[in-house]
Write a protein that binds this ligand. Structure first.
Ligand code: PLP
Length: 394
C-alpha cells in the first residue's frame, strides 16, 4: 500500500494529457516544453564537457563556475547582492528546488500559502514536507492578487508562501503593488517567501521582471528559485538554483545532498555558456515569444475561445464557453479536444484545489514552432464545429 502522504495526490495530469496526446496522435499543447531546437552553442558545450571529463559528482551545492556565473547575472540584471559560495545552490530543476526548500523549512503543522491556480508541483512539495497548504484563489479573467483574501490566509502558523511570477498557468506578471502586498504580509507574520521565477525572461509588451527579493526587507526572508529549463530550451537538462540567506542555504544544501547529491556535472559545466549569453540572446528570446503569443491569441480568437493575452510565461488560460461544447466540464472538453480534434490541452480546474474553480477553462501551452501552432489552428478550425453538433444532439 502506498504511504498515507500520497492519499490526496493524483498522477500529474499534464503528463497524463501528454500520454493521451501521443496515443491519439494529437498536437501536444498541454506540456510546457519547446519543440524547437536547443541553441547549438549549448549542445556543443555539453559535448565538450563530457569529452573534457567533467563526468564525476560535482560539489554538492553546484559547480563553482556555474554558481559564480549565476551570482554575477543576478547582480547585473536585478542588482541583487548574491555570494556564490554562501547563497547559491544548484538543483535538479526548479521542481527539486521547491521540494528541498520546503523540506528544509517546514515542520509538521506549519502552513504554506499557495496561490491558485498553481503549478502542479507546489501541492506535493508542501505535503512531502509535512506542511499544510492554504489556498488563495485568483479569479478569472484578470487573475489579480486580492489583498484581503491573501491577508485572510495568513496567521501565526504561516511559515512560507510560494509565489510564481511570471505565472503559470495564467500568464500574469505580478505588479510591484501586488508584490508589495506579499512582502508586507511576510514581514508582519515572519513568513519566508519561496519564489518560482522560472519564466523571468519570457515577458511581453515591455514588462520587466521584479524579483521579490529586491523589495526592501525581502532578501533576508526570500528563497529565490530560478531555472534554466525555459530560458535556454533545456527542460531535459534538469538545472535550476536556489538563492537564499546563508542559514537557509545550508539547510537546503543538506536536504539536496541527501536527495540527489548534485545536478548532472557535465550539464552544469555546459550551462555556464548559457548564463554568459549576451543581452541579444534574451532580446531575441522575447521577440520570438511575442510572435508565438500573438499567433496563439489569433488562433484562439479565430476559433471562438475567450482569453486575455498573457503578460509573461508561455501559457494562456482560455474560456471555451464560446466554442459550442455543451457545459463547462473542462476535463470532458480537454479529453474531447485531444481525442476528437487532435489538440491536447490541460483542464483549468486541475490547477486549483478549491472546488468549482477553473471550470470552463483550459490551458494552452505555446512554446512551439510556428508550424506546430499553424497545424493546431487547422485542426481546431476543422474539428471545433463538431462541438456544435454535439450540443444539438445532447
Ligand atoms: N515551475 C513552473 C511554474 C513551471 O511552469 C515549471 C514547468 O513547467 C517548473 C517549475 C518545472 O521546472 P524545472 O524544469 O526546472 O523542474
Amino acid at each position: 500500500m502506498p504511504a498515507d502522504r500520497l492519499a490526496t495526490m493524483t498522477e500529474s495530469l499534464i503528463r497524463e494529457m501528454t500520454r493521451i496526446a501521443i496515443a491519439h496522435d494529437a498536437i501536444n499543447l498541454s506540456q510546457g516544453f519547446p519543440d524547437f531546437p536547443t541553441p547549438a552553442a549549448l549542445k556543443q558545450a555539453a559535448v565538450d564537457a563530457i569529452l573534457g571529463d567533467h563526468n564525476q559528482y560535482a560539489v554538492t551545492w553546484g559547480s563553482r563556475a556555474l554558481r559564480e556565473a549565476i551570482a554575477a547575472k543576478l547582480g547585473a540584471w536585478y542588482n541583487l547582492d548574491v555570494d556564490a559560495e554562501r547563497h547559491v545552490t544548484i538543483t535538479v530543476g526548479v521542481t527539486e528546488a521547491i521540494v528541498v526548500t520546503l523540506m528544509a523549512l517546514i515542520n509538521p503543522g506549519d502552513e504554506v500559502v499557495i496561490i491558485e491556480p498553481f503549478h502542479e508541483n507546489f501541492y506535493p512539495a508542501v505535503v512531502f514536507a509535512g506542511g499544510t497548504p492554504v489556498f488563495v484563489p485568483l479569479e478569472p479573467p484578470a487573475f489579480r492578487l486580492d489583498a484581503d483574501r491573501l491577508r485572510a490566509a495568513f496567521g501565526p502558523r504561516t511559515r512560507a508562501i510560494i509565489l510564481n511570477t511570471p505565472h503559470n498557468p495564467t500568464g500574469r506578471v505580478f505588479s510591484r503593488e501586488e508584490l508589495q502586498i506579499v512582502a508586507d504580509l511576510c514581514q508582519e507574520f515572519d513568513t519566508i517567501a519561496v519564489t518560482d521565477e522560472i519564466y523571468e525572461h519570457i515577458l511581453y509588451d515591455g514588462r520587466q521582471h521584479i524579483p521579490l527579493a529586491t523589495l526592501p526587507g525581502m532578501a533576508e526572508r526570500t528563497v529565490t528559485c530560478g531555472g534554466l529549463s525555459k530560458t535556454y530550451a533545456i527542460t531535459g537538462w534538469r538545472l535550476a538554483y536556489t538563492v537564499a540567506p546563508a542559514s537557509i542555504s545550508n539547510a537546503i544544501r543538506t536536504v539536496h545532498d541527501f536527495t540527489t547529491i548534485c545536478a548532472p556535472t557535465p550539464l552544469q559545466e555546459a550551462a555556464v555558456t548559457a548564463i554568459h549569453f549576451p543581452p541579444e540572446y534574451y532580446a531575441q528570446l522575447q521577440a520570438d515569444y511575442h510572435v508565438r503569443r500573438d499567433k496563439m491569441m489569433g488562433i484562439l480568437a479565430d476559433t471562438g475561445f475567450g482569453a486575455a493575452p498573457p503578460q509573461g510565461a508561455y501559457y494562456v488560460m482560455a474560456d471555451f464557453g464560446g466554442v459550442g461544447f455543451p457545459g463547462d466540464d473542462d476535463h470532458a472538453f480537454a479529453l474531447w479536444l485531444t481525442k476528437e480534434v487532435g489538440v491536447a490541452v490541460v483542464p483549468g480546474s486541475s490547477f486549483y484545489r478549491t472546488p468549482g474553480m477553473g471550470r470552463g477553462l483550459v490551458r494552452f501551452a505555446f512554446p512551439k514552432k510556428l508550424a506546430t501552432l499553424d497545424a493546431a489552428h487547422d485542426r481546431l478550425k476543422a474539428g471545433l464545429p463538431k462541438a456544435r453538433a454535439l450540443s444539438t444532439t445532447t
